[in-house]
Design a protein around this ligand. Structure first.
Ligand SMILES: [Zn+2]
Length: 122
């Protein structure tokens, strides 16, 4: 499992442990130690320390929203492109089918966008 970079400064991070024989603790720490002091939570295993450090709920939520918004915009642009170029289709039927397909793609992308927005909470 790859360790993500620091969520605050973007620098590389590494996993440390307390080398205890009694109760092992592992944590991730930003390597930009002169300017950033980000340290992950203490975890009972290496893997759980990586998982905790890599957990970016807000970032993941915002990325999903961004991807849905970009897909929605792309679907609208694709539809505009179809509408603007009827001469690019071999016949009226093909043009109408492409219009329908583009319309449904926009509807589907809008539904995904509405779902990604959720109730406004992050
Ligand atoms: Zn950092």
């Amino acid at each position: 499992m790859e360790l993500k970079n620091c969520p605050f400064c973007g620098s590389a991070a590494d996993i440390y442990d307390n080398c205890s024989n009694v109760a092992d603790e592992f944590w991730a720490q930003c390597q930009n130690k002169e300017n950033c002091f980000a340290i992950g939570t203490a975890e009972p295993s290496f893997d759980s320390a990586v998982k905790a450090w890599n957990s970016r709920q807000i970032e993941d939520t915002l990325r999903a929203r961004l991807e849905a918004a970009e897909a929605y915009i792309q679907a609208m642009e694709d539809r505009e492109s179809v509408e603007a170029q009827p001469e690019c289709f071999p016949d009226e039927e093909a043009y109408e089918q492409s219009q329908d397909d583009a319309f449904h793609a926009v509807c589907k992308a809008r539904e995904a966008w509405e779902k990604a927005k959720g109730n406004g909470r992050i």
